[in-house]
Design a protein around this ligand. Structure first.
Ligand SMILES: *Cc1c(COP(=O)(O)O)cnc(C)c1O
Length: 398
């Protein structure tokens, strides 16, 4: 597995060390192999009555069963979407509209640490659709505690949406505890597990969630495909109307090869979870230990232990994070920052600011995320290069 992917990356971008697996991952060769027949030979529309259509429909059914096996749910509780963002949109907008129709519940609870696919959707529901939105308190690690959720719930609360693992700072939320509180109070609970699914168990029974979003390209699957788990009995208003595909919740001809690839990639992620975790975690720990020791005015963002095993994220005081990324890119390292990349007028990331960092710290964020192709040699050369690049960015900043 490692060998196959390493060869792919090595031949495409030989001079680059990729440390940005939270942004996206390369497609696993085995996943591509599973997808290929559905581009040309088996190109039928799953909604067609004839045999070519049936063949495509069989592939979709098999993919749905594969996904259901990983999630420990029924196949008809899975809706395939065009990406993780769409799954988040369908969950929030669909659930709020359906719930509101059935009752007077108008409140959404979520947090500033959420991916924009959740937070911007919640903001739009407030601004354009007349719902009410409350941002839950987070702790210093960017996690939402059960107490914070409990105290915000009122009789008009409809839905809480809190992510399983944070894409920017790696922190894992106590989703089972949070979902339990939601259930006790008869409110719906959605979790964005798009970043988490590569490394964490996404069993909807142990998590206890009503809705859960996934996205293929974060776990070596293809881009442009995601899924939403919808617990039986949870009513949603479809946000894409037209044909009757996906239980009447998501119109549009199925993208058969991408759905096949999504399911195979998720199956492999579950099957190889321990190996993949065992591979990245020691490398991550070396990065965290080394950076905090060698770089002055550096802090780890997110939780030191309860975080994704492939995820290291920092802030450096008086550093322009985007400039640091450019310096790293020139030196051959592909990393990411937390801040929304607006050249000229950089704004610090809301996620990092919500942890309580002032602007002079929050602007200097750096995220390093590892994957199956990461090697100890790559980490050595990164750790050797970083201190001087941070110094250089500091000099250029002041
Ligand atoms: C990447 C990501 C998304 C968006 O997924 P897409 O498939 O790229 O639309 C949503 N939430 C989290 C936490 C993510 O990491």
């Amino acid at each position: 597995m490692h060998f196959i992917l390493r060869r792919v990356l090595g031949s495409i971008i030989p001079a680059m060390i990729y440390l940005d697996y939270a942004a996206t991952t390369p497609l696993d060769q085995r996943v591509l192999d599973a997808m290929m027949p559905y581009f040309r030979e088996n190109f039928g529309n799953p909604s067609s009555i004839h045999r070519l259509g049936q063949k495509a429909e069989t592939a979709i059914d098999a993919a749905r069963e594969k996904v259901a096996a990983v999630l420990h749910c029924q196949p008809d509780e899975i809706v395939f979407t065009s990406c993780g963002s769409e799954a988040d949109n369908l969950a929030l907008r669909g659930a709020m509209m359906a719930r509101h129709k059935a009752s007077n519940e108008t409140w959404i609870l979520t947090a500033k640490t959420e991916h924009h696919a959740v937070s911007k959707t919640a903001e739009q529901l407030e601004k354009e659709y007349g719902f009410q939105l409350e941002w839950l308190d987070i702790n210093e690690y960017g996690a939402v505690t059960p107490e914070s959720l409990s105290k915000a719930i009122c009789s008009n609360t409809a839905l809480a949406s809190l992510m399983l693992a944070n894409n920017e700072i790696g922190t894992i939320n106590p989703i089972a505890d949070l979902a339990k509180i939601a259930k006790e109070n008869n409110i719906l609970f959605h979790t964005d597990a798009v970043q988490a699914a590569a490394y964490l168990d996404v069993n909807v029974e142990t998590l206890g969630v009503d809705l859960m979003s996934l996205g293929g390209h974060k776990f070596y699957g293809p881009k442009g495909v995601g899924a939403l788990y919808i617990r039986k009995g949870t009513k949603l208003v479809p946000h894409m109307t037209g044909g009757a595909q996906e239980n009447n919740l998501r119109a549009g001809t199925h993208n058969v090869p991408l759905i096949v690839g999504f399911a195979e990639a998720l199956r492999l992620a579950a099957e190889e979870r321990e190996d993949r975790t065992g591979h990245v975690q020691p490398l991550r720990d070396r990065i965290i230990g080394n950076v905090l020791e060698t770089i002055p005015d550096s802090r780890l963002t997110g939780h030191p232990q309860t975080r994704l095993p492939n995820h290291a994220s920092f802030v450096f005081k008086d550093v322009d994070g985007n400039l640091l990324l450019q310096l790293l890119d020139s030196a051959g390292f592909a990393c990411s920052s937390g801040s929304a990349c607006k050249t000229g007028n950089p704004e610090p990331s809301e996620v990092v600011t919500s942890l309580g960092y002032s602007r002079d710290w929050a602007l200097g964020s750096l995220r390093i995320t590892l994957g199956v192709d990461s090697t100890p040699e790559q980490i050595d050369s990164f750790l050797n290069a970083l201190p001087a690049l941070v110094e250089k960015a500091r000099k250029l900043h002041s």
